[in-house]
Design a protein around this ligand. Structure first.
Ligand code: NCD
Length: 313
């Protein structure tokens, strides 16, 4: 699972269905035969939600998790990336990898030759975040229905946000979804990006037009323009919330800086904390997909998934 470019719409539907199942039927899954499976988190960049939700998802199935810790690893003795990955290959069945450089997760996958989940590669992609973001939209809107015309606004570090990049590719698979982009800083988009996004870049969007407004922080760690900063007008506060549709949702992959005022958190339209919970169910669905065919599941789950998979065919 390296890029959302590889996901078919059927696959996305399948993940949404399974995540719904896990969300609505929270029972003890630990009797399932995931006990012998080991997942390894390999994070070369900080993470709170992605790493821990994979761990939770695996534990819910009764699986095991090892967390590689770069700070106390032999990388500090000068060991190369390749040798490190060659070593880690022996210790787990599936690898969740985050790296600050585009291409490094793909490089690791070639060395490992085992299932690899891209948990964020620099300013590249973040496919599992896109799936949980999509699932959040799916829970609020009839998103697979062509008659559901949705207007979505991405606000923030459009150039560097991998969560925007992946969700954007996923949403574009549905032609009834209309996407606009509002970069924080007028000068923060490269010429190529401006060209790619064309008229869909809105420097002064009317918030009242949108069903989904997706904020991101400035990715300071990889910003080509470190001077990029928020305009006072970019910050979502109680005043701004008054302009937004009653049934719209406000999303953010988190962590936030100051782009969304905590004053608005209790507004039911703000679903960024719900996204975190959705991440557990979506990652359970991802793991089930990964291990299915290899791992027997309990009978009622097997029947349900048989239904889903038939629908997928
Ligand atoms: C994001 C990431 O790491 O790309 N966080 C996440 O996984 N939920 C967003 C960010 O760091 O800004």
């Amino acid at each position: 699972m390296l890029s959302v470019k590889d996901f078919s719409l059927q696959f996305v539907k399948n993940i949404c269905e399974k995540a719904t199942y896990y969300e609505n039927k929270p029972k003890d899954m630990s009797n399932l035969d995931y006990q012998n499976k080991i997942l390894m988190n390999i994070f070369f960049e900080p993470s709170t939600r992605t790493m821990l939700s994979f761990q939770t998802a695996m534990y819910k199935f009764g699986g095991k998790v090892i967390n590689f810790n770069k700070e106390i690893s032999s990388i500090n003795k000068g060991e190369s990336f390749k040798d490190t990955i060659m070593t880690l290959k022996n210790f787990a069945d599936v690898f969740v990898i985050r790296h600050p450089e585009i291409g490094k997760v793909q490089e690791a996958e070639k060395i490992l030759n085992k299932p690899v989940i891209n948990a964020g590669d620099g300013a590249g992609e973040h496919p599992t975040q896109a799936l949980l973001d999509f699932y959040t939209i799916f829970k609020h809107f009839d998103v697979f229905n062509e008659d559901t015309k949705l207007n979505i606004l991405f606000i923030g570090d459009i150039e560097n946000s991998r969560t925007i990049h992946s969700l954007d590719i996923l949403l574009k698979k549905l032609s009834h979804i209309n996407i606009h982009y509002k970069p924080y800083d007028k000068n923060s988009l490269s010429v190529e990006k401006k060209k790619e996004l064309g008229l869909n870049v809105k420097y002064y969007p009317n918030l009242e037009e949108y069903d989904v407004i997706y904020y991101t922080r400035i990715q300071k760690e990889r910003s080509i323009n470190t001077t990029a900063s928020y305009d006072k007008n970019d910050i979502l506060n109680l005043e701004k919330m008054k302009l937004i549709k009653k049934n719209a949702i406000i999303m953010h992959p988190l962590p936030r800086n100051n782009e969304i005022s905590p004053d608005v958190d209790s507004d039911p339209r703000c679903v960024y904390f719900e996204q975190i919970e959705n991440g557990i169910y979506v990652r359970m669905a991802i793991l089930n997909n990964l291990f299915s065919n290899k791992i027997p599941i309990d009978k009622s789950t097997a029947l349900l998934f048989a239904e889903i998979n038939k629908w997928e065919l």
